[in-house]
Ligand binder design. Structure first.
Ligand code: ASP
Length: 352
């Protein structure tokens, strides 16, 4: 299963899973676009990894992809791989493109139940072969975090996380906020779990830990992807809203609203919500704002949504809510049950 062993040694053992993304790309002279190259070339670029007193193995996805091509089947493959290798390694580093990293990290946080080991996603804005690349620091620090243990030998960060530009963020709280700068990710509603300077400082008070270590991991691969996203905007028409809300293939709709969860209060909009609700569809409210939470009790425009049966997504990101719906709908056909769990904090994705 592994295709490269750097150092068969004592102490921690880390599996680096390479899925693709800019970190491992180089320019194709034929058409000047970035295309993926193989993992051994990444390792050549980062000899620093050999200095870690831990075993580092790697696994390369085939084919390597630009993460814009990520599909839920890839999440299932990734979760299955981590499940099969779980007992063999102390931590996992996933090299992934930045474009959909927040979606994949969110999905894995729900699919890996009872996680007691680190799963650290990272990537880069500049390919690892470029002189000013951010990929080296991201990869080296991600490995250090994935192998970090406390005095009892337990993982310091037994969560699915994203490490980028000196910050470790909870994966299901992240969103990509910058297409050019190195600090490409934020977790707007949760402080970083760690920050890397001369030392890596862990924010232990907010890192999720199991009540007791030593339980097996449960991989939950079932996903139901029948979710649509309705982003409200001035000028949106009844026809567009109706197409999204009432589509036969749609079991749930994430409504991206204004501010604290407000949307159009006109009767046509509320009536369409009611029709969708009567059809049994799951309707959930997530704000378009980067910071803050949905509260449908503040304004009359929000209150009308609540009365129409829309559930609050609280301070969830859209990426995380999409993954949560895929996961919950994958394990149950009962929409009332799914709705009841949406406002619950399952894996640290919303604030208590
Ligand atoms: N398009 C690339 C990807 O997501 C961007 C990146 O990795 O930064 O795979």
């Amino acid at each position: 299963m592994t295709d490269n062993t750097l150092k068969a040694q004592d102490k921690s053992s880390i599996l680096i899973i390479y899925t693709g993304g800019t970190i491992g790309m180089k320019e194709d002279p034929a058409d000047q676009t970035l295309k993926p190259f193989d993992f051994s070339q990444i390792m050549e670029e980062v000899p620093e990894l050999r200095k870690f007193a831990c075993r580092i193995d790697s696994y390369t996805f085939d084919p390597l992809i630009d993460s814009s091509d990520v599909e839920p089947a890839m999440w299932q493959e990734l979760a299955g791989l981590i499940g099969r290798s779980y007992d063999e390694y102390d931590g996992f580093v996933v090299l992934h493109g930045t474009d959909t990293m927040s979606f994949t990290a969110s999905a894995l946080s729900f699919m890996l139940d009872g996680l007691e080991k680190p799963v650290v996603f990272t990537g880069s804005q500049l390919p690892i072969g470029r002189p000013r690349t951010d990929g080296k620091e991201n990869l080296v620090s991600a490995v250090e975090i994935a192998s970090a243990k406390d005095a009892d030998g337990h993982a310091l960060v037994p969560e699915v996380t994203v490490y980028f530009d000196a910050r470790l963020l909870r994966g299901n709280r992240t969103t990509k906020v910058n297409a050019e700068h190195f600090d490409a990710f934020r977790s707007p509603n949760l402080p970083p779990l760690a920050e890397a300077g001369i030392n890596i400082r862990y924010n232990t008070g907010i890192i999720r830990r199991p009540a007791a270590f030593g339980h097996p991991l449960k991989v939950m691969p079932e996903l139901d992807t029948r979710v649509s996203i309705l982003k409200v905007h001035p000028g949106i028409t009844p026809q567009v809203v109706s197409n999204i809300l009432l589509g036969a293939e749609t079991r749930a709709v994430i409504i991206e609203t204004y501010g604290s969860g407000n949307a159009i209060s006109k009767d046509w909009f509320i009536n369409l919500l009611k029709v969708a609700g009567d059809m049994g569809k799951i309707l959930v409210n997530v704000t378009q704002c980067l910071y803050g939470s949905v509260n449908m009790d503040i304004y009359a425009t929000g209150r009308r949504l609540k009365e129409a049966g829309v559930v609050s997504g609280r301070d969830s990101t859209t990426e995380s809510m999409l993954a949560k719906l895929f996961h919950l709908m994958g394990i149950s056909r009962d929409n009332a049950w799914v709705k009841s769990r949406l406002e619950e904090n399952l894996k640290g994705e919303i604030s208590e």
